[in-house]
Design a protein around this ligand. Structure first.
Ligand SMILES: [Zn+2]
Length: 64
């Protein structure tokens, strides 16, 4: 699993939900230097929404 964890060298968003009864966890590292982690389905969803709006591919859409 650690192979999938984002690092500054390999920015990205990783979500883990081992089973339907286990709370999801997520970690994200952006090439701009921002990092974030979340635990629990609701927090993970909020992280993903905020990340896709402000980081990751959003940088390309805004030119930075
Ligand atoms: Zn960013």
């Amino acid at each position: 699993m650690t192979d999938l964890t984002p690092t500054p060298d390999r920015p990205g968003l990783h979500i883990s939900k081992p089973s339907p009864s286990t709370p999801a966890t997520a970690s994200a590292v952006c090439h701009c230097g921002a990092t974030a982690t979340a635990n629990g389905d609701n927090q993970v969803k909020a992280l993903v929404d905020g990340w896709t709006t402000n980081h990751g591919p959003a940088h390309q859409q805004t030119g930075r």
